[in-house]
Design a protein around this ligand. Sequence first.
Ligand code: SF4
Length: 387
Amino acid sequence: MAHVLKYKDDHIKHFGKLTNDEEEAFDLHQGLFRIQTTPYYAALSDSSNPEDPIRQMLMPHKKELQNLGQQMKDPLGEERHSINERLIHRYPDRVLFLVTDMCSVYCRYCTRKRFTGKLSAFVRTSPYEKSLEYIRNNKGIREVILSGGDPLTLSTSRLEKVLQDLREIPHIEIIRIGTRMPVVCPMRVDEELVQMMKKYHPIFVMTHFNHPQELSLEAAEALTLLVNNGFPVMNQMVLLNGVNNHEALVQSLSRRLLSLRVKPYYMFHCDPSEGTEHFQTSIQNSLKIQRELWGRLSGLALPSLSLDIPGGGGKVGLTPQFELERSDSHSRFKGWDGFEASYINPFPEDVIDPFLSEEYLNEWERLKNQSYGNQNAADLGARHQNL
Ligand code: SF4
């Protein structure tokens, strides 16, 4: 990470010339989200084109300082679901563990700007131990999502300690690692790292490719190494205005990822984090993209369009409307290519429950009754609406 681009001069050296808006952002940078990129990632952009998608994701712009529209410090409401400064328990069966606040590239649209890039780095001993204790004491937690920041900015030995500690907790079934390293510094994913990580399977790796231009040969090699070593790899993209919000780009990225055995998992609507208004698309725009892809793109390649309810309401799926009408007896649909037909419901009394053994019922009851961070989410949401 010694050669990262941080300052105006570094960027001028790499890109040759900055636009007036970019220059101004550097000059007025107080209050701006941290600036840093890897030379590798910068080299994926066309340095002569100010509209290049990668340049837009890494280069500060004066628009970030125009705090217009819906702009929130904590759009996911993570603070009120926090157990401590590094552990967030928003959903019953999983927690988000912020093991570092560092990234190798600070994406201009980042949703966690309130936390990321403050250079506090690895979690301090006290919140780390307290987080482990909380996870240990809450047997309903089945999954830990390592995030930040980017967990792969940690040294391999430091990351191993985290994985080891989590694997000593018997009820943790799945570990997820959310990382942008395969995109911005694919060389980090090397033999040594994957050999260490595979000792702690099952581990899912959640990548964050947003544009087909990011899928270089090096990135493809990193993904192949992960998949060949048994890591399911899923991609979470964010729809960004003027960067990737077109069905042609989403299909191209998704098909290429799928052929590398990476599942295009989510297509997120951009969160209203501070300084990101110019990156946000409309719901209509996102739904149009999803509708265009529906049916034309294999279900395996189609990411689910999803939005986080601003303020911490959790994820909701956005699906194009195919149902024309619904009654007790039937629903009428119009499919993606215009074919119309009805689905006739059976009589209500003919819809019965399947046989359920105690095992499945008890497991379900435990999940339903599992407590999590802040259970007054609905009340807080109502209050939030009135703000
Ligand atoms: S890698 Fe993730 S956490 Fe880091 S700046 Fe980019 S979006 Fe934010």
